[in-house]
Design a protein around this ligand. Structure first.
Ligand code: AMP
Ligand code: MG
Length: 344
């Protein structure tokens, strides 16, 4: 199959992409978070193609992307007032809500759960594609399962050239990490995955928020978790990743003591000078956390090279969007963290 690359600037792009979705094909779509691998979310056979292309485990459900907040009533029931408040505050935007699913949503999309994840992305072209398709678009991140997510059309081509119908090239993604997921099906709202909408922003609207243990710790494959995707190894290049915490100087001293020629350093731009001759790769500025979220996956992809044996990584501290960056990096590192303040 020849994979079409459709430019966001071409006036027919939305119509062509929507036609492919309507005829049960696969189209990679740009969003503000990461590129998604999209298909008709109401068609079992179309959605099945996503799982095959990604090599995604069957028990990992997909997010349904809608063009307008009002559309959630078509796919969800028993919607609490909190959902409307969150949609009002953050949609279109990087927030996914888990709600009770209507029977119209196929089991393939929900992986057999009674709930469905819904989101309205902050990308006008992608919302236009959804509108013209006439169906919600089910779309997980467009990477091959387990690999770092795709934040450019080139990343998607690298993983899927010749295997999907089209890619809509909307340039690099602004946020760069996947959406925040909040579950609204229990008594208390629960954060299942941190992202561009921060826990602080959610608490301001909801008052209350439980953080799921899958956010803060390594989950084993056999554990029952609310967001099935959280138990799989994720976001990771082939090499081992170790997060080195502590002050800039202590971390650099530790890394310089331990580094081998085939290892790499993933650090902040402010730290590059500390790693001369260590082949450092900066993924953004520590003082501007949004550059770290925007640059993380592209950097992890660059490090996804069999010649790299270990990556020593620096991780931002604190809340806000840094919380999402920490979550992705810690998962990529399988929660392997060394404190340079005390380690020899
Ligand atoms: P991705 O699109 O690759 O970012 O993956 C979607 C994420 O949403 C995965 O972690 C899924 O487990 C999670 N997800 C999707 N649907 C649901 C649902 N109904 N309940 C809980 N988590 C969900
Ligand atoms: Mg993913």
């Amino acid at each position: 199959m020849k994979t079409l690359v459709l430019s966001a600037n071409h006036r027919d792009t939305a119509a062509i992409a929507a036609q492919i979705i309507r005829s049960s094909g696969l189209v990679a779509i740009p969003t503000e978070t990461v590129y998604g691998l999209g298909a008709n979310g109401l068609s079992d056979s179309a959605v099945a193609k996503i799982f095959i292309a990604k090599g995604r485990p069957q028990d990992n459900p997909l997010i349904l992307h809608v063009a307008d907040a009002g559309d959630i009533e078509k796919f969800c029931h028993s919607i609490p007032s909190a959902a409307y408040k969150l949609a009002e505050a953050f949609w279109p935007g990087p927030l996914t809500m888990v709600l009770p699913a209507r029977d119209s949503v196929p089991k393939c999309t929900t992986a057999g759960l009674s709930t469905v994840a819904v989101r309205c992305p902050d990308n006008a072209l992608t919302r236009e594609i959804i509108r013209l398709s006439g169906v919600p678009i089910a779309a997980p991140s467009a990477n091959i399962s387990g690999k770092p997510s795709t934040t450019t059309a080139q990343h998607v081509l690298h993983d899927h050239d010749g295997k999907i119908d089209a890619i809509v090239d909307g340039g690099p993604c602004r946020v760069g990490v996947e959406s925040t997921i909040v579950d609204l099906t229990e008594e208390r709202p629960r954060l299942l995955r941190p992202g561009g909408i921060t826990p602080e922003q959610l608490r301001e609207i909801l008052g209350d928020l439980v953080v799921d243990k899958a956010v803060t710790s390594q989950i084993s494959k056999d554990e029952v978790v609310k967001a099935p995707g959280m138990k799989y190894r994720h976001y990771a290049p082939q090499s081992e990743i170790i997060i080195i915490s502590g002050s800039r100087e202590k971390a650099a001293a530790y890394i310089r003591r331990h580094i081998s020629p085939e290892d790499r350093v993933l650090c902040f731009e402010e730290e590059l000078a500390l790693y001369e001759n260590c082949r450092p790769l900066a993924y953004g500025r520590e003082s501007q956390v949004d550059t770290l979220s925007a640059g993380l996956f592209a950097a992890l992809r660059e490090l996804d090279d069999p010649s790299v044996s270990r990556v020593y990584a620096r991780c931002p501290e604190g809340g806000g969007v840094a919380y999402a960056v920490q979550n992705r990096l810690k998962k990529a590192a399988a929660f392997h963290i060394v404190d340079a303040e005390v380690a020899l």
